[in-house]
Ligand binder design. Structure first.
Ligand SMILES: Cc1cc2nc3c(=O)[nH]c(=O)nc-3n(C[C@H](O)[C@H](O)[C@H](O)COP(=O)(O)OP(=O)(O)OC[C@H]3O[C@@H](n4cnc5c(N)ncnc54)[C@H](O)[C@@H]3O)c2cc1C
Length: 449
């Protein structure tokens, strides 16, 4: 059995490792057009900030590692330029030798990932304007700061990458302006939660421009559509990503409604011998059961493993996502899962919301306030979504609530969880239990009115 995999970062390498565990004899080859493999894209902002000193630590696994540990051939700087579904072949360009060849597969896994959105703004092509998607981009940003010594950075987009860069560029001594076209920053949060994030950025002297469209990028500033000048010796365009699906489309593989590759629960594409995983696929939302696109490393690793398993006759199924995400900006962690209040209302749910402010642990242990917003469905009495901000313990609470949501708990079940407690770690009634108690009471009250 010959298994070919296109793309060798999170999803492709996870697929290869699982395929090898299932099948000792398969020939497994990964084609990667870039020079770096199996890297932690999530770490790159911290390399730019100088928190990670050595770029080599971003790529802990080499081509040799995959050969030795998994007997998998990783061919870097090899771009797949065509998939022929009828002949079951790939046409591959070896970029170093400028030659092309054809390779045959029995099963194929597409793990081509995503690419940064290139904003259609005049001036975007200049040398001081950057995206951050991979190690090459991180090295370019790092060198620019070292060589040109910019004083100011304008970050277009306030998603999690924009936020992480905000902190890390501050660490390099730059003045930061964050530009967001929506009414509030980090639009994945509801406005009442975004307010707390905004306070955090302002307290670190980050300038925030909401409702602001970039009209033009000049050499040392951005010109907005209201003719305002925002300083920017360097500019980061962090306006999201799109799935990299050009090869799949040319081959005739079907896309889903989000524009990413459509897959079934076995991660099989419209061609039964071709699987897909990672940032190039469409997933589905566990709450709404609707198609969704959540390009995250957590999901890429998971879907890679499932695709590798299924391509080698395993029996793992993909169970969908809640869209859980977390990031840190300065000392604040921000997490979310499921639907925001706006999304829940748009989806037609009759909702109850709760706002809870409770310390993450006892005062004697330096407990810090967690700000939690939880949204529940009055009909099913289940959580629809949660947003949490705080300096400590955010990750633990979001993950407990994600687990409860995934397993179908009702809000009344949260109080009964036997959670770990000591004053050093929590409070006797954990904030998770308060979420359940407050929502349970509120839903009961709404039903007696
Ligand atoms: C700055 C940053 C921070 C992030 N932080 C987080 C985080 O904290 N948490 C989280 O969950 N996620 C995070 N992510 C997202 C995470 O990095 C991605 O979800 C993950 O890398 C996706 O892995 P992937 O293998 O699907 O795709 P990619 O990482 O995009 O890799 C796809 C690979 O396929 C190759 N390829 C494409 N086309 C071809 C072709 N035709 N031939 C050969 N090779 C090809 C590409 O060169 C690329 O190397 C972050 C991303 C960035 C950029």
């Amino acid at each position: 059995m010959r298994l070919l995999i296109i793309g060798a970062v999170a999803a492709g390498t996870s697929a290869a490792a699982k395929a090898r565990r299932n099948n000792e004899n398969a020939e497994i080859v990964l084609y990667e057009k870039g020079s770096h493999i199996s890297y932690a894209g999530c770490d790159t902002p911290y390399f730019i900030g100088g928190v990670i000193k050595d770029v080599k630590s971003l790529t802990p696994r080499s081509v040799d590692f995959f050969k030795k540990k998994y007997d998998v051939d990783v061919k870097i700087r090899h771009e797949v330029i065509k998939i022929d579904l009828a002949a079951k072949t790939l046409t591959v360009k070896n970029q170093d030798q400028d030659e092309t060849f054809v390779d045959h597969y029995d099963k194929l896994i597409i793990a081509t990932g995503a690419k940064s959105v290139i904003l259609p703004i005049p001036g975007i092509e200049q040398d001081h304007v950057f995206n951050l998607r991979n190690i090459k981009d991180a090295l370019a940003i790092d060198s620019f700061i070292a060589d040109k010594k910019p004083q100011s950075a304008a970050i277009i987009g306030s998603g999690s990458i924009g936020m992480e860069l905000c902190e890390n560029l501050k660490l390099r001594g730059l003045d930061i302006s964050m530009i967001e076209q929506a009414h509030h920053i980090h639009p994945a949060l509801d406005p009442d939660m975004s307010f707390h994030l905004e306070k955090q950025l302002l307290s670190h002297n980050v300038k925030i421009f909401k409702n602001t469209r970039t009209a033009k990028i000049e050499t040392d500033h951005i010109l907005t559509s209201d003719d305002e000048k925002i300083p920017g010796d360097m500019v980061i365009a962090a306006a999201g990503v799109r799935p990299e699906v050009s090869l799949a489309v040319e081959a005739g593989i079907k896309l889903g409604e989000t524009g990413a590759i459509a897959v079934d629960k076995y991660l099989r594409t419209s061609d039964p011998d071709v699987y897909a995983c990672g940032d190039c696929i469409e997933t589905f939302n566990l709450v709404t059961k609707k198609a969704s696109y959540f390009p995250l490393g957590s999901t890429a690793n998971k879907t890679g493993r499932i695709a590798g398993d299924r391509a080698t006759e395993g029996n793992l199924n993909f169970r969908g996502v809640l869209g859980t995400g977390i990031f840190k900006v300065f000392d604040l962690s921000v997490a979310r899962t499921g639907l925001s209040e706006r999304q829940a209302r748009e989806a037609g749910y009759d909702i109850e919301t709760a706002h809870i402010m409770k310390p993450d642990k006892a005062a004697i242990a330096g407990g810090q306030e967690l700000i939690i917003k939880a949204i529940a469905d009055r009909k099913t009495k289940k959580l629809l979504g949660v947003q949490i901000l705080g300096t400590e313990g955010v990750d633990k609470r979001i993950d407990v609530l994600v687990t409860a949501m995934t397993l179908g708990a009702k809000v009344s079940d949260l109080f009964h969880l036997d959670l770990a407690y000591s004053p050093m770690h929590s409070t006797a009634k954990d904030p998770v239990m308060y979420v359940g108690m407050v929502l349970d009471n509120a839903i009961a009250a709404s039903q007696t009115q």
